[in-house]
Design a protein around this ligand. Structure first.
Ligand SMILES: [Fe+2]
Ligand SMILES: [Fe+2]
Length: 501
């Protein structure tokens, strides 16, 4: 069994670009492999390192986290340390895929557990909780506090003890924590607050091997750019670009991001926006999910800075002019292969049509259209294999998929589309409170319009997988049922009838 699974994944060429059939096959194999692991048959885990490497290359971090979870489960009553180590691996991979509130609770639980019983793991979990705060709550001060305590705890552990118990390099772990702290300080809203520490970390990291030193240099360039010291930032950038850094293409998204900040600070809006677009495109070509998320979050707030005081209309025309609008939609619809073709645009158009039929104010036309266009933008943060799973979703998959509208809300807020963020965040809510993620009952009419447009479009347009979408009559019948069950207001349904007739 393990051989077929390992063989199967070893033989996938270009895993990130699978045909839909192979993708489904991959998901089926992954599921049955997980079942096998849970049955505690150990033979299939002989090759866990190889499997780990391959799944990592295909960005299957969530699946890896499930494998380690199953493994932890096996060891729970057999070998306590292996139980905790596997649990740590599970959480580490989970944070790299997509972490929810539930992941945070687990991190806190195991943090307390290891504090008492398995100390070498304690600082690593502390560090991981810091990463969670930084990446998923954008709470930089909590992140920095956690990195700081991780560093302090590690300092109190003897090197030999640490290395023998965790089979990790002490210095490597130390540098990882330092690196994370530098990241969080630089990306925090007020990096100036941490200047003293940043200088200390910089001196420490600049002294290590070339790769780490270059990565730190790039972060420092970003800091100077943010502080308006464009000359120093540009000089650092050119030294990095000339340094023959290993895998430099992985750093191009950040290099372009720094360029966009420099341009912003020197008042060159147009050039800045070009670099934003380039950085966004590149990171979805080369980046791991975790760096895609970091980059996207940083870029979106940069755009918001770039466009301070610029209204929705002008914002949008800038987006259009620079090809950013099409790029976002394109990346989104490539990533989620179950989105109907042109789903975003169709929802936008239908929403606007409904709004007009309902006699909505003309001054909200753009608001409605762009709420519809961006409603699923949060899927950019959801693991691609989870998006590609048409069936056998487990609770974790379901929980993560349900977070996409909350992600839309967060991302659009960062991007400065605050009103549209609310609507997008609500597109799976229903007025009887049966929707998700919050079960809200009081929905504004714009939210309801986009929600019903989404239901209709998702069911009625062909997509790459279900060649035969449901007929219009059938879908309308289903939505009418929803109306009878108080999920939508009748007047919006009546507008829909007029719109799609
Ligand atoms: Fe959605
Ligand atoms: Fe949708």
């Amino acid at each position: 069994m393990e051989k077929t699974f390992l063989n199967f994944i070893s033989n996938i060429e270009n895993p990130l670009n699978l045909e839909i059939n192979s993708l489904q096959k991959l998901n089926v194999k992954l599921n049955s492999f997980l079942e096998y692991v849970k049955l505690a048959n150990r033979s299939e885990l002989k090759h866990i390192r190889k499997i780990d490497g391959i799944l990592r290359d295909m960005n299957a971090f969530l699946e890896l986290s499930k494998i380690y979870d199953a493994n932890a489960y096996y060891y729970r009553d057999r070998n306590y340390e292996l139980y905790l180590l596997n649990k740590y691996q599970a959480l580490l991979n989970r944070v790299q895929a997509y972490a929810t509130e539930h992941t945070k609770q687990e991190l806190e639980y195991f943090l307390h557990k290891t504090r008492e019983t398995f100390y070498p793991l304690y600082p690593r979990l502390m560090n991981l909780l810091g990463v969670y705060y930084q990446l998923y709550e954008y709470d930089f001060s909590s992140a920095i506090e956690h990195y700081q305590s991780a560093i302090n705890v590690l300092k109190g552990i003897d090197k030999v003890t640490f290395e023998s118990q965790s089979s990790l390099s002490y210095e490597g772990t130390f540098r990882l924590f330092m690196n994370n702290m530098l990241d969080a300080m630089i990306r925090s809203p007020e990096p100036e607050r941490y200047l003293k520490e940043i200088h200390l970390i910089r001196d420490y990291l600049f002294d290590s091997e070339a790769q780490i030193s270059n990565e730190a240099r790039l972060d420092i360039a970003e800091l100077f750019a943010k502080m308006g010291k464009s000359k120093i930032a540009s000089n650092l950038l050119s030294s990095i670009e000339m340094s023959k850094m290993k895998n430099i293409n992985f750093y191009y998204p950040q290099i372009n991001r720094v360029k966009s900040i420099i341009a912003l600070k020197t008042g060159n809006l147009s050039i800045g926006f070009d670099s934003v677009v380039k950085s966004f495109r590149l990171c979805f070509q080369v980046g791991k999910p975790i760096s895609q998320k970091t980059n996207m979050v940083t870029l979106f707030s940069t755009i918001n800075d770039l466009l301070t005081g610029i209204g929705l209309k002008e914002r949008i025309s800038m987006f259009k002019e620079k090809g950013f609008l099409d790029l976002i939609i394109n990346v989104l619809e490539t990533k989620d292969r179950y989105l109907a073709i042109e789903h975003s645009k169709n929802v936008a158009n239908l929403s606007l049509k409904l709004w007009k039929i309902l006699g909505g104010d003309e001054k909200y036309y753009d608001h409605i259209y762009f709420s519809g266009l961006f409603h699923d933008i949060g899927k950019l943060s959801i693991p691609w294999l989870t998006l590609s799973k048409p069936f056998s979703l487990d609770n974790i998959d379901r929980e993560i998929l349900r977070y996409h509208s909350l992600e839309s809300y967060k991302l659009l807020n960062l991007l400065g589309f605050e009103e549209e963020a609310k609507v997008a965040g609500n597109h799976h809510e229903r007025i009887d409170g049966s929707g998700y993620p919050l079960g809200k009952k009081n929905l504004t009419i714009d939210s309801e319009v986009v929600a019903i447009a989404d239901v209709f479009q998702a069911a009625s347009s062909p997509n790459r997988n279900y060649k035969n979408p449901k007929g219009k009559e059938e879908i309308l019948k289903e939505i009418e049922n929803d109306v009878n069950n108080n999920k939508f207001h009748r007047k919006i349904y009546e507008a829909l009838l007029l719109a799609v007739k």
